[in-house]
Design a protein around this ligand. Structure first.
Ligand code: SAM
Length: 369
């Protein structure tokens, strides 16, 4: 059998290699994996960490994903929508504070009112975030679930010509049985699984930089499942990944299925990030906020294991509590300004720099274009 160091020097990995790396638990082995992923990150995508200020603009959702605290049937939740002005102001605040990029996230809706609202927001944000420091305005990531191709095309067109539009749609898991168990909604389950894949393909057709990812540590999920997820990301030739640990949610419908213990779950999630870096190489990888629900410095650990993107929460404080996807979600009582200051210090302490006033496009996207 190859030594771990031999394995980590490879550029190609078999499924058995991937499963072995995902399952590392010995602290010295994990440190070797971390080092390999970190070095590859700085070598291939540079030492900048890019921010995407995330605006969680509505917790209304038409779906009932069982893991999620804002699912349709959670009747405890007071629902909210930010107005166009609030959303645009949030994006302008981000641009004035040197964030080159924002992310608009909400529960899933497909009605015309919602589609037109998002279209208008994109136009306004693109127009009103232009400045001397950011002449072409902010880039925008949308995270608004599965939509028909026409909707993706409308949202893409609203931004104009520039390659500034990204979309994050997690596959969640490529294990069809787990996928079906998590998503009790709508059509027959096989169709729901296929329609998620179709949506990812449609996003590419519509001209977005495409990101996907999944939850790590789902009940019943094995290392082989996580390896299959990585192979799926490879096959889809994605530009970005947004992955995080699965965390129990009191607003969800999976309380009796439990979750992995905090320490092993964090290590598994970090291993997954590192292995994705080694296998997918020059994609953007976000250090999910959910990592911070497991450890105070969870996102910094994500950077140390190969992430190069952080998504500081810039949602106005009064509504943050109502976007509780999972328990122990961090930064709920903070203002956008608190997040900005505390994160930059943490990134500098790691010897990295923040990519202020940049879109921070995925190198993979640049290469495939
Ligand atoms: N509705 C859109 C969608 O599904 O893509 C965007 C919002 S959705 C709340 C964003 C992500 O939150 C999901 O892709 C899911 O992976 C994550 N999420 C929801 N509940 C979670 C939980 N209990 N633990 C970890 N992540 C969770």
């Amino acid at each position: 059998m190859k030594t771990l160091d031999e394995l980590l020097r490879q550029e190609r990995f078999s499924d058995a290699d991937i499963v072995r790396l995902l399952g590392l638990t010995d602290p010295e082995d994990c440190e070797r994996l971390r080092r390999a992923a970190y070095d590859l990150t700085t070598r291939l995508v540079g030492d900048l960490v890019h921010y995407r200020g995330i605006l969680e603009f509505s917790n209304r959702c038409t779906l009932n994903c069982r893991y999620c605290g804002i699912r349709r049937d959670n009747r405890e939740l007071e629902r909210y929508d930010l107005s166009l002005e609030q959303l645009v102001e949030g994006a302008v605040w981000a641009a004035e504070n040197n964030y080159g990029s924002v992310c608009l996230q909400a529960g899933e809706r497909r009605d015309e009112l919602f589609v037109a609202f998002v279209e208008e927001c994109i136009r306004e944000i693109r127009a009103r975030t232009r400045s001397e420091r950011l002449p072409d305005g902010a880039s925008i990531t949308l995270s608004l679930g599965e939509q028909p191709l026409e909707t993706y095309a409308r949202w893409r067109a609203a931004a104009g010509e520039a390659d500034c539009m990204r979309y994050l749609l997690r596959m969640e898991t490529t294990n069809p049985e787990i996928f079906a168990r998590l998503h009790p909604d709508g059509f027959a389950h096989e169709k729901a699984y296929a329609s998620r894949i179709q949506a990812l393909e449609d996003l590419r057709t519509a001209g977005f930089q495409v990101g996907t990812g999944g939850m790590i540590g789902l009940p019943g999920q094995t290392l082989a499942d996580l390896c299959a997820d990585i192979r799926f990301y490879q096959r889809m030739d994605v530009d970005m990944l947004g992955m995080g640990p699965y965390i129990l949610s009191r607003g969800g419908d999976m309380l009796d299925e439990g979750m992995l213990e905090q320490g092993p779950l964090l290590q598994l999630a970090l291993n997954m990030l590192a292995v994705c870096r080694l296998v997918l190489r020059d994609v953007n990888i976000a250090a999910a906020t959910a990592l911070q629900a497991l450890a105070e410095d969870g996102r910094e650990q994500g950077i140390a294991y190969g992430c190069n993107i952080i998504m500081p929460n810039i949602t106005p404080r009064p509504v943050r509590k109502r976007y509780q996807l999972y328990d122990n979600k961090p930064c709920i009582d903070e203002e956008p300004t608190d997040c900005r200051a505390c994160l930059e210090g943490r990134i500098h302490r790691m010897g990295r720099r923040v990519g202020w006033n940049q879109w921070g496009c995925s190198r993979h996207f640049r290469r495939r274009m």
